[in-house]
Design a protein around this ligand. Structure first.
Ligand code: SF4
Length: 466
């Protein structure tokens, strides 16, 4: 594992009429594909039943060959794209989780990672619950059912009081669509509307993809129920005053055409590039981004410094984003298939290369080597985030310190390991200033070790799981 891994994307639609809602979800998931490429699924409510289809692979692959058209018309539907942070990458663990319980037919799709999964699962098993999968999303589904008195809202409220960790949920029954965001608002979730339909989505780019207007973000700690009476909002008890959204949504995970908490991801990334130029300038001939995630910041760096933006690396667009692939061996062998140096652009040049973050450092080391072999005279690395020093247990796949080059080395040590001419990172305050337009507080746990939920709880859970 050498790059940050995104967790998942969720999407849902409530339509005033019976129609082909599965198609709407399909296009929404397509726009959220960057959030997970291992599996995807769609569930549709029709005639008091729920039909669903799930498969391994990209949205387009899973629903090819007429699979999408096999789903019936309906008025409520949810969908999910997955990267596995808990549970193996296999079909059984694909979402939405669909089941029949006290509230009738239900489906649940989850983006995030619970930190008290083991404890909740043990409790539920002791109450005779049966689990089919190893994912925490099934724990959410069974918890809602076990705490419900036949009313879905009661079940969701009671379950949320017990959940710890990050969760942005899309839940459906045969006549309701429910959006839930954890009390810290760690993962994004927004609401849109189109032609009388309500849409919920992890990011606004998915609203755009289905022609929906953005209405608002789901608030941290909010449960939004959408049914034939319209949209109803309920707040959980004990929601902290300050939210803690994952700042990496701005740095890397979200698509750069999305707007989160009222602030454009593109603007945040461009500002990061400008700050890198302002605070960490270097004599150079060209500035370039590691495609695609470093490109916006590289343009910001160029604007601020006057150093021309020139592409140093070409990316094979038909290979998924490096970090999505779960198999380490594939990843080690495939960098040169995914990326290649543009020799004519870098030969004899002093290159500033911008990237969003460095995890283990092995990919960056190879990129620097690739640029030197292509004739680059100097390679200076500028990173749009602070050094990642701590694991993340809130939905990103960094679970141990040994996975992090920044856990043991400072900038000079990292520079030496990578074989760069210089390496500079934004500070925490500088990163926060790139997101100053966002109406939210931030989780900075992987930089400073302070998480909205205690790490000890997670460690204990992980030990028990092992
Ligand atoms: S620890 Fe880092 S990656 Fe994890 S949620 Fe917090 S900011 Fe995001």
């Amino acid at each position: 594992m050498d790059e940050l891994h995104e967790e998942c994307g969720v999407f849902g639609v409530y339509s005033q009429e019976n129609r082909n809602v599965a198609h709407t979800v399909y296009y929404g998931l397509y726009a959220l594909q960057h959030r997970g490429q291992e599996s995807s699924g769609i569930a549709v409510a029709y005639a008091n039943k729920i039909a669903y289809y799930k498969g391994m692979g990209l949205v387009a692959e899973v629903f090819a060959g007429g699979k999408l058209d096999c789903l019936p018309e309906g008025d409520v539907a949810i969908g999910h794209v997955r990267y596995s942070t808990t549970g193996a990458s296999q079909l059984l663990n694909a979402q939405p989780v669909v089941f029949t319980g006290k509230c009738g037919k239900m489906a649940v799709a989850h983006n995030g990672n619970l930190t008290n999964t083991k404890q909740l699962r043990d409790e539920l098993i002791s109450q005779n619950a049966v689990f089919q999968t190893t994912i925490d999303s099934e724990v959410v589904a069974i918890l809602i059912n076990s705490l419900s008195d036949g009313d879905i809202l009661t079940g969701v409220k009671r379950a949320c009081a017990k959940l710890k960790g990050s969760y942005a949920l899309a839940i459906m029954t045969c006549d309701k669509l429910i959006a839930v965001r954890d009390p810290y608002g760690i993962r994004p979730l927004c609401i849109g509307a189109a032609d009388g339909d309500y849409i919920i989505a992890s990011e606004t780019c998915a609203l755009d993809a289905v022609g929906a207007n953005f209405l608002r973000d789901v608030k941290a700690g909010e449960i939004v129920v959408i049914d034939s009476d319209g949209l109803h909002s309920y707040m959980m008890d004990g929601v902290p005053e300050k939210s803690s959204m994952c700042i990496f949504e701005y740095v890397y995970f979200a698509r750069h055409d999305s707007v989160l908490n009222g602030y454009s991801v593109y603007e945040a990334r461009k500002e990061a590039g400008k700050l890198l130029a302002r605070y960490y300038p270097v004599e150079a001939d060209i500035v370039s981004g590691v495609p695609d995630s470093g490109n916006v910041a590289a343009r910001g760096y160029s604007e601020e410094s006057g150093v021309p933006f020139v592409e140093a690396l070409a990316r094979n667009r038909y290979v998924g984003r490096t970090f999505i692939q779960p198999d380490q061996n594939q990843r080690e062998n495939s960098l040169s298939v995914k990326m290649n140096a543009l020799r004519g652009n870098v030969r004899g040049k002093r290159v500033v290369l911008i990237d969003d973050s460095i995890v283990r450092g092995t990919t960056m080391k190879k990129i620097i080597k690739m640029l030197r072999e292509a004739g680059a005279k100097e390679v200076h690395i500028r990173i749009c985030s602070p050094i990642i020093k701590h694991p993340c247990h809130l939905g990103i796949d960094i679970q141990t310190y040994s996975q992090l080059i920044g856990a043991y080395k400072d900038e000079d040590g990292i520079c030496e390991s990578l074989g760069a001419d210089s390496v500079r990172y934004l500070t925490v305050d500088q990163l926060l200033s790139t997101c100053s337009g966002a109406k939210t507080g931030f989780c900075l746990g992987c930089f400073n070790g302070h998480y909205p939920y205690p790490l000890d709880d997670y460690k204990a859970d992980k030990l028990k799981l092992e």
